[in-house]
Design a protein around this ligand. Sequence first.
Ligand code: ADP
Ligand code: MG
Length: 319
Amino acid sequence: MVSEFEIIHRFFQRELAAPGVLLGIGDDAAILMPDAGSALVVAVDTLVAGRHFPDQTDPVSIGHKALAVNLSDLAAMGAQPRWATLALTLPKADEAWLSGFAEGFFALADRFHVALVGGDTTRGPLSMTVQVQGQVDAARALRRDAAKPGQHIFITGTPGDAAFALQQLQAGEAVEAALLARLNRPEPRIALGMTLAGVAEAAIDVSDGLLADIQHMLDASACGAQINVDAIPRSQALLSLDVESALTCQLNGGDDYELCFTVDADRVEQVYQAAEDSAVSIAEIGIIEPQPGIRCVHEDGSPCTLKVGGFDHFANNHD
Ligand code: ADP
Ligand code: MG
């Protein structure tokens, strides 16, 4: 049986020197140094087995997702990712599982030059908490409270795919690999987020459902929005569904990890260019309005009457 210290040493402690890391794994705490002039941006997210990923999820995907959901929060702030810590709770020291988890985690960490600088390893029901630290010029950070009437609302990618994949899994149906990857391997929109800092206004990453998260942004900004539901890009997989089922996934489904952001009218062209430069598709889906609430309409202006509600761990609306 491998010990706690062997787990840390074998799977998580790497000998690489990383920029800004004055002291990494091995002491009581890490010592980190953001670049001069940058503010520190910190986010933390926990994944619990059976709640945030199905029990049968492969460990490489779990390692990827644990970091990806946090990087997505940094993207939504316009921040550059720098470091991460990992608190891992494991039912047992399963070496094959650990090596898969580390593979998924570090593959993503290396792509975004994120150094793992510490953590905690405990025994218990499978769950993991990752904290990420990034940096941003505080004056350019993308905040939820910066939406104002007249700004255009954009979304990246094709929301709703992860919810559709989860629905199929839960129904015991086969899920096409590309669709399953949208649930298990979300792609944090880091490059776009960093380019949008100082260009876009408000931003949020969509994790609880598009409308629920837009509402969070509107609450913080004390305004409302009109959303054209037909302008929300739909993947090939969702196009195979009837419109109402597809829209339900897109508006209410969680786990998208796409960026929703607002832009002043005179910056719209600049934003399309930023999206092209970072090879991320974006679509304009609505407009910020002064009166509170979200008004969902179709392309022809008629109201969309779908029942909506996002995910809340402590509300009665979940399973
Ligand atoms: P302490 O008891 O002082 O909190 P630990 O014995 O828990 O320290 O951890 C020893 C070192 O290993 C620390 O630097 C800690 O940050 C790091 N560490 C522990 N678990 C992990 C992990 N899962 N991933 C990365 N680093 C870890
Ligand atoms: Mg200690």
